[in-house]
Design a protein around this ligand. Structure first.
Ligand code: ATP
Ligand code: MG
Ligand code: MG
Length: 355
């Protein structure tokens, strides 16, 4: 049988491994940490640093195709692997998605609307950016931020330097603070044959910078932006000759959808597809990178709701189980670690009544 190599050992890798197994593929996880939650459901794992070339070569040898569940896999590791094994998405897609400046520039150059932004490498850049973009604004590390980490809001231009210090004084991007009616994502899958499908756009509700809930369908005032946003996401996927699942986050604004960022992988706002769609994002990702036909993305019910289980919320797992309509997913992480994604719960409603 074929083996799908997955770089990264978190819950996304775990859910990819489960989906791969369901259609007869084995998985091999490559991750630096020994206690990843993907390892225990995969057929094999290699615990090594992403720059360990001996370990990477051995991993490539044991896999038929390689993918990632973690977008900050060093692009050099992918460049090293590529001559040995097909890697999807490409190093190019990964490098664009890893860097907010590259990502926003790439989108803007394709005609995809983004909030005004400017790269910050120096105090002079910061002052120039604040002068052109104004405040309030939001300063983000150019690389490696997630769950709202590595961000600082600037309400007054005189506080720019303090904000930059607070996120570590490295390369950053200053963005205009967007007034939005809500947030949503486009999740699509594109195969090695260029076949492309997308799911119903979830509306995403954040708390403390972390995704809290995804709702499908989105409220009408958000859903009215979905068609335009899907067009933008397809343009990005085609321009990258993308293979796999791609998630693009958008702000719903009075002027239409504004692209915020992309994830070159399966995405938390797509977890509802496990029960809520005919084919999940995880299965279609495996199908896409293995050159198989993609499955239908149609909803299995009238509406779907996904709640993240974060930190100590996991202690309420029995409460979720006692709700007969709740589908509980626990990732097997050690208990109650503040701010960490420990699991999620999904409700698919068949009702045609008021949501
Ligand atoms: P993720 O965990 O989704 O990868 P992240 O840390 O990469 O998050 P963003 O998605 O850019 O960061 O920002 C996190 C959240 O902060 C957004 O979902 C949105 O709620 C808010 N936010 C980010 N940028 C802006 C902006 N320019 N204007 C207003 N709100 C913003
Ligand atoms: Mg992000
Ligand atoms: Mg985001």
């Amino acid at each position: 049988g074929s083996v799908v190599g997955i770089m990264g050992g978190g819950q996304l890798g775990r859910m990819l491994a489960v989906a791969a197994a369901q259609i007869g593929y084995r998985t091999h996880i490559f991750a630096p940490e020994a206690d990843g939650v993907a390892h225990e459901v995969a057929s094999a794992s290699t615990i090594a640093a992403y720059d360990d070339e001996m370990a990477l070569a051995g991993f490539a040898n044991g896999c038929s195709v390689i993918t990632y569940e973690f977008e900050n896999v060093p692009v050099d590791a992918v460049r090293f692997l590529q001559p040995h094994r097909a890697c999807f998405p490409s190093a190019k897609a990964l490098s664009v998605a890893q860097d907010r400046v590259a990502e926003k520039s790439f989108a803007r150059d394709l005609g995809v609307p983004v909030a005004d932004f400017a790269e910050v490498r120096s105090e002079a850049d910061l002052n120039a950016a604040l002068a052109s973009i104004g405040s309030p604004a939001i300063l983000k590390t150019a690389t490696e931020g997630y769950d709202g980490k590595g961000q600082a809001r600037i309400t007054d231009p005189t506080l720019g330097m303090a904000a930059w210090e607070s996120i570590g004084h490295g390369r950053a991007v200053l963005e205009r603070m967007v007034r939005f009616d809500g947030e949503f994502s486009v999740i699509l899958a594109r195969s090695t044959h260029g076949e492309t499908v997308f799911w119903n756009c979830p509306e995403n509700i954040h708390a403390d910078g972390i995704l809290s809930r995804s709702l499908v369908p989105a409220r009408p005032e958000i859903a009215r932006h979905a068609e335009a946003a899907v067009g933008h996401a397809l343009r990005i996927a085609d321009a990258l000759d993308y293979v796999g699942v791609l998630a693009c986050e958008f702000f719903a604004t009075a002027d239409g959808p504004l692209f915020n960022e992309m994830a070159p992988r399966v995405h938390n706002s797509g977890h509802w597809t496990i029960e809520g769609a005919v084919t999940s994002q995880f299965e279609n990702h495996i199908r896409a990178i293995c050159g198989l036909p993609l499955g239908a993305t149609t909803l299995t019910g009238a509406s779907v709701e996904m709640h993240n289980i974060i930190g100590a919320d996991v202690d309420r797992w029995q409460h979720f189980l006692s709700d007969k309509t709740c589908r509980l997913h626990l990732y097997g992480k050690g208990h109650g670690r503040a701010g960490r994604k420990m699991g999620h719960a999904t409700w698919v409603s068949q009702g045609s009544g008021a949501a």
